[in-house]
Design a protein around this ligand. Sequence first.
Ligand SMILES: Cc1ncc(COP(=O)(O)O)c(C=O)c1O
Length: 393
Amino acid sequence: MRSLDEFAAGKLAELERSSLRRTLIDTIRVTGIWTLRNGRRLLSFCCNDYLNLTHHPVVKNAAIEALRVYGVGAGASRLVTGNHPLFAELEAALARWKMTEACCVFGSGYLANLGIIPTLVGPRDLVLIDELAHACLWAGARLAHAAVVPFRHADAGHAEVLLAELRRRHQRVLIATDGVFSMDGDIAPLNALAAVAQRHDAWLLSDDAHGLGVVGGGRGSNFVRGTRADVPLQMGTLSKALGAYGGYLCASAAVVDLIRNRARTLIYSTGLPPAIVAAAIAALALIEREPAYAALPLAKATAFARSAWLPEPASPIVPIVLGEAEAALKASQLLEEHGFLVTAIRPPTVPEGSARLRLTFTAQHPDEEIERLADVVRTHIVVPTTTRASAAQ
Ligand SMILES: Cc1ncc(COP(=O)(O)O)c(C=O)c1O
């Protein structure tokens, strides 16, 4: 229809003018770190495959074997006939690893948050959300039709001030935050948020998509520095350090049972393919067995940050905030000329004026390439002083 195409073309032109138009580029991930793009071999520093398990032979073989036994797709929702026995095995392993009574696996991390939040809160309730929380936490909160109020990034004190004012107006309150923030790499103050939640009878939900497998000895962000934050709703994804696909919620048996009964994205969506679930089981077993391997991405990110004169990271994610979208695109292009793949991250993924390079480090990145990358960043990219190590300390 003409009006429809005109609408789409107008929107695209607007995005183009502000350097915000996105395109899909064919990328072959040849190994856990090397990619082929536009005929060039590039070393990727922007993938969430932190432990390079997407290409691990044990993980791949587990997927192949499950495919042989159970077929390709699950064939139906888990509540109909899609609940192949691998789900129970994975859920038991995740619950054990996260030290909760139970676990429920979803089709993706995004679907998990869209299912969990509206199951727990509704129109008369409140969701307090970190202002930099991932898009799917925001989407879940909006889908719940609850009042959604952001608190300042990683500021438990601000969450408490808001609760002191708003708590009595709402029946139930959920506090939602990333565990490891996806675009900034810092870790939420989960202990402080848990204490605030306790004081105000609120429920704390952490999205640990980027924490599982790489911080807290591989157990995630509520286990960092040897403590165990009291987070009753531990959500995460199987698509990053585990190298597979899918999402999960680890929680009490009662909560998980309720989720299985009410979460629409679980009930009305086909179960994950058996091969993917088998891959996640194998990946989690590797992480449990080899904590030293799980520590490598953060160690590599730390070495890079020191060499590039950037603040010490708390996770394998190192942001270099450059400001305008165009600056981030140019810096990404420059790195590509040096053989590195680092996609520019622009609004609305990050707030206006904070376009950036988001570098991610993985277990198998060679040290000499990390050093070379740091050298290019130090000498060719003009990093605003606010992002430099000295300014941040
Ligand atoms: C913090 C966070 N939560 C959730 C998701 C969504 O997970 P999935 O890719 O499994 O849908 C992502 C992934 O982009 C993420 O970064």
